[in-house]
Design a protein around this ligand. Structure first.
Ligand code: GLN
Length: 197
């Protein structure tokens, strides 16, 4: 049984620091990951929000695309927020040319799905597995999940659209819990990591 899990935050681009803080608050050891050697030393990984096209390009450039896919196939727990959710999708509905994902969740996602009028907003989101009040979801040019395969559990919806999912050891949300100071979603992920050990 692991005592304190070591959780990496993919630090190619995006809001890395906020995830490091949220993970530490949820009783994990958190560290940035940029190189394949660093990937080998962690128990689990968070993929932050940012810009999925940029994360995709940098992952190839830093030699992380294949090693990361390999670890995901081997069952390493992973949590993706916003652009991170897109990176975990097996398929993007509207990819930019050359845009790739790590994959791992049998779902089709739509980028920037909530549209121009609604580029950024906050909404209360009830998440299966998170006790108490709904979480304050911060949506920033957020994707939604168009459809999921049979192995995927839908954990939350907003306005009739899927915004949180889990498949095995992979968790993903369209929104950013790391920006609110409420660490319950990170705590849920840390529990998943402990259960996996
Ligand atoms: N729209 C971004 C993308 O497509 C995601 C935005 C975010 O992560 N806040 O990658």
């Amino acid at each position: 049984m692991m005592t304190t899990p070591v959780i990496g935050v993919l630090a190619l681009q995006g809001d890395v620091r906020e995830h490091l803080i949220a993970l530490a608050a949820a009783d994990a050891v958190a560290r940035p990951v940029r190189r394949p050697e660093e990937l080998a030393e962690i128990d689990a990984l968070v993929i932050p929000g940012g810009e999925s096209t940029t994360i995709s390009k940098l992952a190839v450039l830093f030699g992380l695309m294949e090693p990361l896919r390999e670890r995901l196939r081997a069952g390493m727990p992973v949590y993706g927020t916003c652009a991170g959710l897109i990176m975990l999708a097996d398929k993007i509905l509207d990819p930019r040319s050359g845009q790739e994902t790590f994959g791992g969740i049998d779902m089709i996602v739509r980028r920037n799905a909530f549209g121009r009028q609604n580029e950024s907003f906050e909404a209360a989101v009830a998440i299966k597995g998170v006790e108490g009040d709904p979480v304050e979801g911060v949506f920033i040019r957020a994707p939604w999940v168009e459809s999921v395969g049979a192995e995927v559990e839908v954990l939350a919806e907003h306005d009739g659209h899927i915004v949180a999912v889990r498949q095995g050891n992979a968790l993903a949300t369209s929104f950013h819990p790391e920006l609110t100071g409420d660490h319950r979603v990170h705590a849920l992920f840390v529990d998943m990591v402990r259960d996996n050990a």
